[in-house]
Design a protein around this ligand. Structure first.
Ligand SMILES: C[S@@+](CC[C@H](N)C(=O)[O-])C[C@H]1O[C@@H](n2cnc3c(N)ncnc32)[C@H](O)[C@@H]1O
Length: 260
């Protein structure tokens, strides 16, 4: 059980310069049976202190680098062209740092974050919109985009972007906006609001929420409307470090030539 202090092996999991393997993470937090539970308890504190949301491991980052290399060869122009990956809301820049280690030199990885994360990794202090305009990336990554914020419209509006990858909780989870980001027309949050409005007898609010449901039901998801398709990257998800019983997910949104 989490006691308030970490062993050296546990600290290494959150070290910005270390990338332990999954086996090392499991060993650091117990055996296979207890590791996830112990990691959960530690994770909340570590996340608060370190502002690292995805618990990275070597297998995942290596596989993500391989995936990005393949996708860039499919979606970007001439082989000799420089390719750009933009990590939005990169926090302390650990993911970008290790992607650079495993990607070839012709692929530039730029990390930005509008907060002021104290980190020795290169993270530029600008917001997602400014970064998209400035860097015109081929592929965008957003790991644990803040809850009820949506950057994906701005990402899709950037013509250079052929694909964006969202890491974190999906649909009605704590990343992004259920509808604007995920196209989830039946968001849990809105169902709870509807139930509360009904219980409180707030007919005006009930009607407003029902209209919202109706509007979503009758429209294509924003990403579809903008000519993107979504693919869940299950091979990568299998390599994610499990935390708090809920698995973080990895979805790719890809631009198709024709919008619906
Ligand atoms: C939940 S943290 C995720 C950090 C990191 N990507 C990770 O997975 O550990 C969200 C980050 O987004 C940053 N952020 C919030 N709004 C932003 C914006 N509009 N543009 C860029 N970064 C933003 C915050 O400062 C914070 O570091």
């Amino acid at each position: 059980m989490y006691s308030g202090s970490l062993t050296a092996e546990q600290e290494r999991v959150f070290d910005l310069d270390a990338l332990p393997t999954m086996a090392e993470i499991v060993d650091a937090f117990g055996d296979k049976e207890t590791a996830t539970e112990n990691l959960d308890k530690t994770f909340f504190l570590a996340r608060q202190n370190e502002d690292q949301w995805e618990v990275l491991n070597e297998e995942l980052v290596v596989a993500l680098a391989g995936y990005l290399t393949t996708r860039l060869s499919v979606v970007s122009g001439a082989i000799e062209d420089k390719k750009t990956i933009l990590d939005l809301g990169a926090g302390k820049g650990k993911l970008s740092h290790f992607l650079r280690v495993f990607l070839s030199d012709d692929i530039e990885v730029i990390a930005v974050d509008s907060g002021t994360p104290e980190t020795h990794h290169p993270v530029e202090a600008i917001d997602h919109k400014e970064a998209l305009e400035r860097y015109q990336p081929d592929i965008v990554i957003a790991s644990w985009m803040p809850y009820l914020e949506d950057w994906t419209q701005d990402i899709r509006d950037t013509d250079s972007v052929k694909e964006y990858i969202l890491i974190g909780e999906a649909r009605s989870g704590c990343c992004g906006d259920p509808w604007l980001t995920w196209g989830n027309a039946d968001p849990l949050e809105l169902r709870v609001d509807l139930r509360n409005a009904k219980e409180e007898g707030r007919q005006d609010k009930v009607e407003k929420i029902e209209k919202e449901f109706e509007a979503m039901k009758n429209s294509p998801a924003p990403y579809k409307k903008d000519g993107f398709v979504v693919v869940e990257l299950r091979d990568l998800e299998e390599l994610q470090t499990p935390i708090f019983g809920v698995f973080s997910t990895i979805y790719s949104f890809r631009r198709t030539s024709a919008a619906e």
